[in-house]
Design a binder for this molecule. Sequence first.
Ligand code: SF4
Ligand code: SF4
Length: 198
Amino acid sequence: MTLSFPASRLRATLKKLAALYADMDKAYTAAASAAGLDCAGCAENCCLSFFQHHTLVEWLYLQKGLAALPEDRRTGYERRAREYVDAAREAASRGETPRLMCPVNDDGLCGLYEHRLMICRLHGVPNVLLGSMGVREFPGCGPCQRLADGRELKAMDRTPLLRRLAGLEMELWGSKPGRPPKVDLTLAEMIVAGPPGK
Ligand code: SF4
Ligand code: SF4
């Protein structure tokens, strides 16, 4: 399916996503600080975790970040993304959950930090999500759980942030017929595919 959006709507939606990401970062920093969680020097790099992402608007934001990179960096990430996708398929064919380093991670540092996706911004601290299926609770990453050591840490409520993201997806879609297509892609798959609908 070819997907295109009016340039002014795309610009406005991505601007609102940048503001939402800033609010996510603020909420995460407050929760991490309350828990005493610090990623510096963490030996359990969560950039090895297998995550999928679910919105066109985040996919487009990621592509915007990629497009702004110098060509050699971008082509390097594209090559690593293709390798990631192949290795993830092989792991899945063996019935394993892939455990592979994110293709834009450079020696422990995120090469697309300003354009990283929601999961990268919120992973780590305990959080809750209230949805139509009830309350979903996430205990936080391993280091955070060990840090809590039985203490009850206040969970960050992801619900309003996710609602805003869902709202932006609909805003981007505008008055097109139907609903936005379902997205279930790893960051590597988003890079290999290029912009959505290409
Ligand atoms: S979020 Fe948790 S697992 Fe990931 S780097 Fe930070 S402390 Fe480590
Ligand atoms: S986009 Fe950045 S923060 Fe997210 S998994 Fe990749 S390297 Fe880690």
